[in-house]
Design a protein around this ligand. Structure first.
Ligand SMILES: NS(=O)(=O)c1ccc(C(=O)NCc2cccc(F)c2F)cc1
Ligand SMILES: [Zn+2]
Length: 260
């Protein structure tokens, strides 16, 4: 069931820029057609090493809520997989729907999940700042993890407990120890493809690594995401829901899988 993409949402402040980048050839998100993905035996296992003490704060940026990390050193990094270099963790955030029928950005065989986690990393080996890496074809690596309705996720709950404190746009709270690897499925399998940021500036700088297995969260945890607001304190309240970009054309791209 595709989402009823209400005009109001398409005109949401964030979408004032074009929904499609003129001349874009590697835009995200995309539908991952499982049977069209190509097993690549040369793909390495993805190696993830996060230092929980690099966690800084949670903030509501008016589009999602982000957990930001100290990326001034190589203490939280990923390496291997499809990546030529190691990439530093900068932040993670989520995309979700108003109801459980949709919310993810990527789909698998046209199936939406109720939410999707993005762990955003940048190539600090080749570029001096995140802002510069965002402009380069191999500048970013984002791990995508699907969330599905099921058992309560204890690791996520520490995040959920903090959300009321960042209900309004531009609110922030300190969050000083969190290990985001608790949000990753144990299965190592992933798909990978060359794509873009899914919010403006939509730059084509992301190596996407989409985990095959979802993590399970319960209804109360998804509802906690939905009580956040797009709007600042004092403005007319707009619930933060359906903060996902529409699917983009695959064009001349192949999605590779790390598994057969
Ligand atoms: N949903 S996602 O994972 O594809 C995604 C990841 C990161 C960003 C981001 O950092 N935006 C701010 C931004 C953008 C460009 C340059 C910047 F310096 C910057 F902070 C946007 C989308
Ligand atoms: Zn995202």
């Amino acid at each position: 069931a595709c989402c009823s993409y209400r005009l109001r949402d398409a005109l949401h402040p964030l979408w004032q820029s074009p929904l499609t980048i003129p001349g874009g050839t590697r835009q995200s998100p995309i539908n991952i057609q499982w049977r069209d993905s190509v097993y690549d035996p040369f793909l390495k296992p993805l190696k993830i090493s996060y230092d929980p003490t690099t966690c800084l704060h949670i903030w509501n940026n008016g589009y999602s809520f982000l957990v930001e990390f100290d990326d001034s050193t190589d203490r939280s990094i990923i390496v291997g997989g499809p990546l030529e270099n190691q990439y530093r963790l900068k932040q993670f955030h989520f995309h979700w729907g108003a109801i459980n029928d949709w919310g993810s950005e990527h789909t698998v065989d046209s199936k939406f999940y109720p939410a999707e986690l993005h762990l955003v990393h940048w190539n600090a080996v080749e570029y001096p700042t995140f802002e510069e890496a965002v402009m380069e074809g191999n500048g970013l690596a984002v791990i995508g993890v699907f969330l599905k309705l099921g058992a309560r996720h204890e690791g996520l709950q520490t995040l959920v407990d903090a959300l009321p404190a960042v209900k309004h746009k531009d609110t922030v709270i300190e969050f000083d120890v969190f290990d985001p690897s608790c949000l990753l499925p144990s299965c190592p399998d992933y798909w990978t493809y060359a794509g873009s940021l899914t919010t403006p500036p939509l730059t084509e700088s992301v190596t996407w690594i989409i985990k095959k297995k979802p993590i399970e969260v319960d209804e109360d945890q998804l509802e906690a995401f939905r009580m956040l607001l797009f709007t600042s304190d004092g403005e007319e309240e707009k619930r933060m829901v359906d903060n996902f970009r529409p699917l983009q054309p695959l064009m001349d791209r192949t999605v590779r899988s790390s598994f057969q």
